[in-house]
Write a protein that binds this ligand. Sequence first.
Ligand SMILES: Nc1ncnc2c1ncn2[C@@H]1O[C@H](COP(=O)(O)OP(=O)(O)OP(=O)(O)O)[C@@H](O)[C@H]1O
Ligand SMILES: [Mg+2]
Length: 472
Amino acid sequence: MNPPRILVVDDDENLRWVLQTQLEQMGYTAVTAGSAEEAIGAIEKEPPALVLTDLKMPGVSGMDLLEQIRRDYPEIPVLIITAFGTIQNAVQAMRAGAYDYLTKPIDYDELALAVSRALEHFRLVKEVRTLRASLDRKYGFENIIGHSEVLLTVLDTAARAAQSNSTILIHGETGTGKELLARAIHYNSPRRDKPFVTINCGTIPRDLLESELFGHVKGSFTGAITHKVGKVELADRGTLFLDEIGEMPGELQVKLLRLLQHGELEKVGATSPLRVDVRFIAATNRNLRAMIEDGTFREDLYYRLSVIPLELPPLRDRAEDIPELVQHFFVKAKEAQGRPNLVLPASLLPRFQDYRWPGNVRELENVIERIVVLARGDEITLADLPDFLRRERPAVDMLQLELPPQGISLEAVEKELIVRALEKFHGNQTHAARYLDISRKALIYRMEKHGIRRKAVEGEEEMLPADDAQAR
Ligand SMILES: Nc1ncnc2c1ncn2[C@@H]1O[C@H](COP(=O)(O)OP(=O)(O)OP(=O)(O)O)[C@@H](O)[C@H]1O
Ligand SMILES: [Mg+2]
């Protein structure tokens, strides 16, 4: 790595030279400028790692230079040199954003220390900024792939709710992205720098859940040999994600409700409650309303949790998101499996859109990985797809039946289907019967029953004898 470049700005040529020599002896690269104007030109050409400037110079002052750097190059630290006894100027410079100041005559140990501290500080600032940007990318709403209307509506509400402290209840089938959404909310909330803690109420054994969640005091029960900090306390000032909230046992629902209402944590065995500041996001794939009906979920807790309800729709209800998701997971899997040349032809996409995806996005992600791992050639073909994707979709599924509110006669529907099938095959009864999966005799019987006259639909009567002959 190159040594950091430092720009020394001073109208005094002598001092410039001394500082340059000193800094180079300390292992830095030093360049110089005789005025603020010259310094600005030098910064524009190649921004240095740090600027060391005299405050009092003819023309543009060191103070103006400082202000300009703060405004246009916030990532460059500035150290100020002031004459002895002008402490007032130094204070003013610090206020304007100088990192530190040195007084003349310059003590070189002090200079070395100030320079290294400033560089270290700004390196950290930069690192945090990059880290933050990559966190945003990892957990932001942009990571939630899909542009369907339903999904965008949910994301829009979620993004607005993220700014508040209100409790959110996310509902959705397994694998629809509930946890992904909860994280995105946290990392877009004012609590983003504080912890995001998850607890899965469904996988922790009942008798451990209370201590896991609320913590316990040493000696509060047999086995409590140490103090335990619970997840609620860990999430203080951050967000607690209560996953599978529908699995929470009744006694704990009461305790959780008290916590939600008063912000007071009752540790197991503790004599007094502890105040915590936690934002709660809960998720479930259960129908909590039905659970309220049968008495397994508390209604008061339900209302307290669902201040902002969010519903993630199942993947089959947003088939327009599927091509984008397939593409996303395909690129990811190719990278992970080291198969950069693999191609997935667009002609296969309808196969993915026709399937019902009971495991939703998680299932899709895993299926794509399997396809990539097992692909024979560089181009995915139908043969590479698992058989549930190869199978044609049952035709009834594809019939877009919209039931009219006033009701409809089954007889009328049957008649309509027969007429349409005959039209499709220009009156050819053999083909129409095969298409409708009935015998030709059955078709003729039904045509008579519904009063469908051959001629009305055939149009080409001369085709009839041939058709009849063929059928016999
Ligand atoms: N819209 C999406 N875009 C990209 N990835 C997604 C999307 N939805 C879900 N995923 C991915 O699918 C997987 C399952 O998501 P997640 O764990 O958030 O689902 P869940 O609803 O919490 O499921 P469960 O109810 O089973 O816990 C994760 O790998 C997640 O990253
Ligand atoms: Mg989950």
